[in-house]
Write a protein that binds this ligand. Structure first.
Ligand code: PGA
Length: 265
C-alpha cells in the first residue's frame, strides 16, 4: 500500500442510472490501466453492483460506507462484511463522523466493526476528527501551547486508541487507513489550513508509532473535509498526507478526475 489513496464517498446520493454513468465517466477519464494512485469508489449499498460493473476492468476498488459488526443473523437493516466482499467491496469506511454524530455510533461499536471487517479480509478506512466545539475549546481554554495541543489531540487520541488498542501490529499497515476529517470541515466548504492539517497528521503519526513501534510508520493517513479541485494541491503538499477522502466533489466525474490527477503525480 505504498501508493497514495483517493477515496470518493458518495454518501446517500445517486440512483442506479446516475451511478453507472458516473463510475463509467471516471473510468473513461482516467483510462482503465490508471494506477498512479489507488482510487476507491464508495457508493451507497443499493448501487454497489452497478458501480462494480461500471469499474470492471479498471484498477479502481469498490468500498462500502458502513458495515455491521456481526457475520450474519437477525439484524434487520444491517449489512455484514462477508456480504460486502460478496458484492465486490474490498474496503469499508468505519466511524465516519456522520455515523458518529447523526446515527450515534460509539467507539465500542466502531472497534467491533473494524475488527470483524479486517478478520474477514476487508480493508478499513477509520475516520477520526474533532468537532468545532472541541477545537474552539482547545484554543479558548488553554493557557499554553502544550495544554492547547493536549486538548486538541485528545478526541483523536481517544478515537484511535479505542479503535486500535491491542490490535495485531501486522494488521495495521496492511488493512487499516486512518482518515483525519475535522468534523467542522465536512460538507461545509470550510478548510483546515495547511498547518492545522500538518499538526494533526503529525500527531496521528506519533501516536501510531507509539502504539505500533514497528509498523505504525507505514499506515496511511488521509485528509478529508471539503477537499476540492481548488485546494487539493495545497492539501497534498502537507507532510504526512497520504491521500484524501472526498465527499461532495466526488459526485462530479470531472472534479474527481482532477483531484485524482493532482494526487497521482
Ligand atoms: P466533503 O465530505 O468532501 O463533502 O466535505 C468528506 C467526507 O465526509 O468524507
Amino acid at each position: 500500500m505504498d501508493k497514495k489513496l483517493v477515496v470518493g464517498n458518495w454518501k446517500m446520493n445517486l440512483l442506479r442510472e446516475e451511478a453507472l454513468e458516473l463510475s463509467g465517466a471516471i473510468v473513461s477519464l482516467l483510462g482503465e490501466d490508471y494506477d498512479a494512485c489507488q482510487v476507491v469508489l464508495v457508493p451507497p449499498y443499493t448501487v454497489l453492483d452497478v458501480v462494480r460493473r461500471g469499474i470492471s476492468g479498471s484498477n479502481i476498488d469498490l468500498g462500502a460506507q458502513n458495515v455491521f459488526s456481526r457475520m450474519s443473523g437477525a439484524f434487520t437493516g444491517e449489512v455484514s462484511a462477508p456480504m460486502l466482499l460478496d458484492a465486490g467491496c474490498s474496503w469499508a469506511i468505519v466511524g465516519h463522523s456522520e455515523r458518529r454524530h447523526i446515527i450515534g455510533e460509539t467507539d465500542e461499536q466502531i472497534r467491533e466493526k473494524l475488527l470483524l471487517s479486517i478478520s474477514c479480509g476487508l480493508k478499513v478506512i477509520l475516520c477520526v476528527g474533532e468537532t468545532e466545539v472541541q477545537r474552539e475549546e482547545a484554543i479558548r481554554e488553554s493557557e499554553d501551547i502544550s495544554t492547547r495541543k493536549e486538548m486538541l489531540f485528545s478526541p483523536i487520541k481517544t478515537q484511535i486508541k479505542n479503535a486500535l488498542h491491542d490490535l495485531d501490529e501486522e494488521r495495521i499497515s496492511e488493512d487499516i487507513v486512518i482518515a483525519y476529517e475535522p468534523v467542522w470541515a465536512i460538507g461545509t466548504g470550510k478548510n483546515a489550513t495547511s498547518s492545522e492539517i500538518a499538526e494533526i497528521h503529525g500527531y496521528i503519526r506519533e501516536l501510531l508509532t507509539e502504539m505500533f513501534p514497528r509498523l505504525g510508520d507505514s499506515v496511511k493517513i488521509l485528509y478529508g473535509g471539503s477537499v476540492k479541485t481548488g485546494n487539493i494541491k495545497r492539501i497534498m503538499s502537507v507532510d504526512e498526507v497520504d491521500g484524501v477522502l472526498v465527499g461532495g466533489e466526488s459526485l462530479s466525474a470531472d472534479s474527481f478526475f482532477r483531484i485524482i490527477k493532482s494526487v497521482g503525480v
